[in-house]
Ligand binder design. Structure first.
Ligand SMILES: NC(=O)c1ccc[n+]([C@@H]2O[C@H](COP(=O)([O-])OP(=O)(O)OC[C@H]3O[C@@H](n4cnc5c(N)ncnc54)[C@H](OP(=O)(O)O)[C@@H]3O)[C@@H](O)[C@H]2O)c1
Length: 344
């Protein structure tokens, strides 16, 4: 039988990382924008904060701007953002053969369900990237800047042969963790993503934001609401960081001096780093807010849990998305944000 092909659909930061890792041991092709296809064909280095490195150069003939007429016997690693997913699925619908497997790699909630709706009869798995990835143009490096594994859904009926094919993403740069509790992992990752929107709103580097107790208190309040929703739905959150999920809000609320001492690992970040949502706002792009804080308040409403802070933060980000002055807005401090959100 023909071996599976690997196709990255939406090669950007996550597609580049997964594709670069897959390319260490298997053939991989890329669908994406010219800028990313050029980088991949020229050759990039994958790095992590621990000093691991791998080189990767894509075959230029396998870097395509458009989808092929048919995709057969392939693992499709779907790495567009949530905001581009429906359009991409509409285009994939007529050309994906039933023997393909699709791995959805989006943050937040809802991507795998949406994909199953568009591609009925196709095996769809959810993958969750637990780390942060940035691009350094001057070094041509895709840098994994935080710890975090690649969590991949393991349904009970997943054939061992297919597991072997999918294990191509296992690498020293990105550990693969098979999960039967992928919904819980998605919620746990979403809890960590609660800081993204606040970073976008306050318009400060992530490190500066974390050193501002007011900002941390807002993030903790967002997490409290998320934890109330998962508790109402009897979802047990797995531990994705050194601190168990339910204690994270407490750690964030600590006074600055104690936070700096106990949570120093959280502050080991590049002083200029910003969240991807901040970058999206600055570039005038629609953000993934609906799939992050928006999804928390939506799922809360379905479970009888009100999430007013997540709702207000969603509305705030949406108003920034349509503001002509977004790129020139001044930074905001945590206490001002607390006041705006009526948080004491
Ligand atoms: N980056 C991280 O650290 C990280 C970590 C964990 C999870 N995630 C999640 O992973 C997902 C992907 O994020 P990312 O950071 O990799 O995004 P990204 O860098 O923007 O990559 C997605 C790429 O897909 C392209 N694309 C969109 N529609 C396309 C189309 N129709 N045809 C061809 N290319 C298309 C985008 O181009 P345009 O920009 O032109 O649309 C972009 O280059 C998101 O859900 C994100 O939340 C990201």
């Amino acid at each position: 039988m023909e071996p599976y092909q690997h196709v990255i659909v939406g090669s950007g930061l996550i597609g580049g990382l997964l594709g670069g890792i897959i390319g260490q041991s298997a053939r991989v092709s890329f669908i994406g924008r010219p800028i990313w296809l050029g980088r991949l064909a020229e050759g990039i280095t994958l790095t992590d904060y621990a000093g691991n490195e791998a080189q990767f150069r894509a075959n230029a003939a396998e870097c395509l701007e458009d989808l092929p007429a048919k995709i057969e016997r392939s693992v499709i690693w779907l790495t567009v953002k949530n905001t581009a997913l429906a359009e991409m699925l509409m285009r994939l619908q007529p050309l994906v053969a039933p023997d393909c497997v699709v791995v959805c790699c989006q943050n937040g909630l809802g991507a795998a369900a949406l994909t199953r709706k568009y591609l009925p009869g196709i095996r769809v798995l959810q993958g969750i990237v637990g780390c942060n990835v940035v691009w350094d143009e001057s070094l041509m490096q895709l840098q994994k800047t935080t710890e975090g594994e690649f969590y991949l859904e393991q349904p009970e009926d997943l054939a061992p042969q297919l597991m072997k094919v999918l294990s191509v993403v296992q690498h020293k740069l990105l550990m693969l963790s098979w999960r039967q509790d992928i919904e819980a992992v998605a919620w746990a990752k979403l809890q960590l993503n609660m800081a993204n929107s606040i970073n976008a709103i306050v318009n400060q580097p992530v490190r500066t934001m974390l050193l501002d107790r007011g900002c941390r208190q807002v993030i903790a309040a967002l997490m409290d609401e998320l934890l109330a929703v998962t508790a109402a739905r009897n979802i047990r959150l797995p531990m994705l960081t050194r601190v168990p999920a339910r204690y994270l809000p407490t750690v964030l609320r600590l006074p600055d001096w104690l936070f700096k001492r106990l949570a120093s690992a959280m502050l080991h970040i590049e002083p200029t780093a910003r969240s991807s949502m901040w970058w999206d706002l600055q570039a005038g792009r629609v953000t993934e807010i609906d799939y992050l804080n928006g999804a928390v308040s939506e799922q809360g409403a379905l479970s009888g849990v009100t999430c007013p802070i997540n709702k207000s933060v969603t509305d705030l980000v949406k108003s920034l998305e349509t503001s002509a002055l977004v790129a020139v807005r001044p930074p905001l401090d945590g206490n001002t944000l607390k006041f705006q959100l009526h948080l004491e």
